[in-house]
Design a protein around this ligand. Structure first.
Ligand SMILES: [Zn+2]
Length: 653
């Protein structure tokens, strides 16, 4: 999902009194508090019951018009029983009317209380058996709820075209606002049908392949079928007067893919949108190359327009309100990262949104290169606008946090770019993406599942990386001082961090661009100490040293030439020649310089650990005493005379 205009409403969990007591279904559990969300209370009565079956198939057969959110119809559920089950439990928001529940042809005793329905089965069903349930219901879904855009089922009119549309948007918790279901990320449904009967002037967009359109009196039934695993929140409908704009894409590694777009049936909109949706072709062909074949190629990929402030990656049919390159690329990327492989919990939303945000960067990098640098810069600026915040979070009831643009999307995308930088091998990087999809295809994955794929294929330990960038907060700030004397260029880089209580030192590769009068050279170092020195031989005159010139890293930096900086040299730590000639070492108040080395060099300079000159003087006798009482404790270097390369080291304690 990509939200252009932030319309996040706080999700309010609803509690309801335990209805089971009235029917003695499960008296041992009756005194427990029950929360709406299964993830919030895994031992709640309904969660215990819903965990006793494994979803196989949903068939939604609904009546929906473009003029209101009123729904009527039925939902059929096929499920495999995994533990003996006497009560079929499901979610259906309290404002919807539950009419009846059937097991096969047998009408069941049922209760709808709060946001859950319960139907007493005629006999206890044993593990390994299938159940075939049909739930009849009707009603008008609530106008606010647990969706990232507010309500899960919406009727709205597009201001520009005047098109009135009824559409769903269930992510993360709103599917039961408009249809009875078991809302569980990890229990994907093996296949699903969505049939919608509507006014014959409407079209209905949904998941999978449009198998039939059937005349029913003066109405028409759209029959969509899809045969791939799908998460509950990705089942969708969009109903309105649409123009069907379809064409094919031809990826190299799979069958031609139908690209089916439902555009508002308005001449101006159609002519404006066609060139936008045309871009889907080259992007899906690129993604098939980068991430592996499109999983739903036998069905389609498409868009249904609806008046929302962004897009939502419903499986094979994105619902889209803001139609631009970035959102088309983002939602299409979700078909791999989010739909084919879905986050295992909402805390792992990074594997959906961080990746989809990064796929849009890749689309620009390969297809519209001039815009990719600005895209990444915007991502970085968003993250760097505040000093803290991690991608990882645990409060999955906070819908605003799940879909935090700065942390989940932009920081999420930025660290994938940094994984690529760490790997320093694009073939390996894209093999990792392909292997991740292959390994978790049709299922769910966590952030740590992705980390394991990275480690398995690279052979490197990414725990430090994830600790600092995924679980940790903040970013590094690099303060570079550089100087050139002759051919020798020294770069001293002191790292601080924006949130030291979380991460005090970021271990990372880092590039410097050395700009000279004769051209530029980029070098790469690995940053592993708070202060890090680098010495280069550069014969041309250096104009500047740029930090992270290709913007790989989430960081801030400064770089200044410091003429007083001691040029670091290979000898500065060896000191054999000058052994014992500065003493005592460590020192506290004074150091002594021996005459052996000052016989022909009268001046001395003392530099701190990052190369700043802190003392200067002249040695005038056989032994010179230097007062260091004003210096803070730390490591210092003494340079004698004009020596460019040699210095003595001492510690002030
Ligand atoms: Zn998204």
């Amino acid at each position: 999902m990509k939200i252009k205009i932030v319309l996040l409403l706080a999700f309010i969990g609803l509690a309801f009194s335990n209805i089971l007591a009235q029917q003695n279904f499960c008296s041992a559990l009756k005194s427990r508090n029950i929360l709406l969300l299964p993830e919030a209370n895994p031992e709640s009565v309904q969660e215990v019951l819903m965990n006793k079956y494994d979803l196989k198939f949903y068939h939604l057969n609904l009546n929906i018009e473009r003029t209101s959110t009123y729904i009527s119809g039925w939902v059929r559920t096929l499920a495999l029983i995994t533990k003996p089950l006497d009560t079929f439990a499901f979610e259906l928001q309290t404002s919807m009317i539950l009419d009846s529940v059937f097991s096969g042809t047998i009408k069941l005793l049922m209760t709808h209380s709060g946001d859950f329905g319960f139907a007493k089965l005629p006999v206890t069903v044993v593990a390994g058996a299938m159940i075939d349930m049909k739930i009849y219901y009707h009603g008008t879904p609530p106008t606010s709820g647990g969706s990232a855009f507010g309500a899960g089922f919406i009727n709205a009119t597009d201001a520009g075209s005047g098109s009135q549309i009824t559409y769903s948007l269930s992510q993360p918790y709103s599917a039961p606002e408009w249809w009875p279901c078991k809302q569980s990320l990890k229990d994907k449904i093996d296949s699903s049908y969505v049939y919608v009967t509507t006014d014959s002037t409407n079209k209905v967009g949904s998941n999978g392949k449009l198998k039939n359109t059937v005349i029913v009196g003066n109405k028409k039934r759209y029959e969509w079928r899809q045969i791939f695993p799908i998460d509950c929140y990705l089942i969708s409908v969009a109903v309105g007067k649409y123009y069907d704009y379809s064409f094919y894409a031809f990826p190299v590694n799979t069958v031609p893919i139908l690209i089916q777009n439902y555009i508002y049936d308005n001449p101006t909109t159609i002519s404006a949108m066609k060139p936008q949706f045309d871009k889907t072709k080259s992007i899906i062909e690129l993604y098939c190359k980068l991430f592996g074949p499109y999983a739903f190629a036998g069905e389609k990929y498409g868009h249904s327009m609806a008046p929302l402030g962004g897009g939502m990656e419903h499986q094979t049919m994105t619902t889209i309100g803001v139609v631009n390159y970035e959102i088309i690329a983002h939602e299409l990327g979700h078909q791999w990262f989010g739909d084919e492989v879905t986050c295992a919990t909402w805390s792992d939303i990074w594997v959906n949104e961080g990746f989809a945000t990064y796929t849009a960067f890749l689309a620009l990098q390969y297809l519209d290169t001039s815009k990719s640098a600005a895209y990444m810069e915007n991502s970085h600026n968003s993250v760097l606008s505040q000093p803290d915040g991690s991608i990882w979070f645990t409060d999955t009831l906070n819908v605003g946090r799940i879909f935090s643009n700065r942390l989940t999307y932009q920081k999420g995308s930025s660290i994938i770019h940094m994984i690529r930088f760490e790997l320093n091998n694009d073939t390996l990087f894209f093999n990792i993406l392909k292997e991740y999809i292959r390994r978790f295809k049709g299922s769910t994955a966590s952030a740590l599942d992705f980390k394991k794929v990275v480690e398995d294929l690279s052979g490197k330990n990414f725990t430090p990386f994830f600790n600092q960038w995924f679980f940790g907060e903040g970013y590094p700030i690099f303060n570079v001082f550089w100087n050139q004397m002759g051919n020798r260029v020294s770069i001293i880089n002191a790292q601080s961090t924006s949130k030291p209580s979380s991460v005090s030192l970021f271990l990372t590769p880092l590039e410097y661009k050395i700009k000279t009068t004769k051209g530029d050279t980029t070098i790469k170092i690995y940053f592993k100490n708070n202060v890090q020195g680098t010495v280069l031989n550069v014969k041309d005159s250096v104009l500047s040293v740029e930090v992270d010139p290709s913007n790989w890293l989430l960081c801030k930096s400064s770089s200044v030439k410091d003429p007083n900086q001691l040029p670091l040299g290979v000898n500065e730590f060896s000191g054999n020649r000058f052994k014992n000639l500065v003493y005592p070492n460590p020192a506290h108040d004074y150091i002594e310089l021996s005459n052996k080395m000052i016989s022909d060099q009268l001046s001395y300079s003392i530099f701190d650990a990052i190369g700043r000159k802190v003392l200067f003087g002249f040695a005038s006798d056989i032994t010179t005493t230097i007062d260091i009482r004003k210096l803070p404790p730390g490591l210092y270097f003494v340079r004698l005379g004009d020596s460019n390369t040699e210095a003595l080291k001492f510690i002030k304690n």
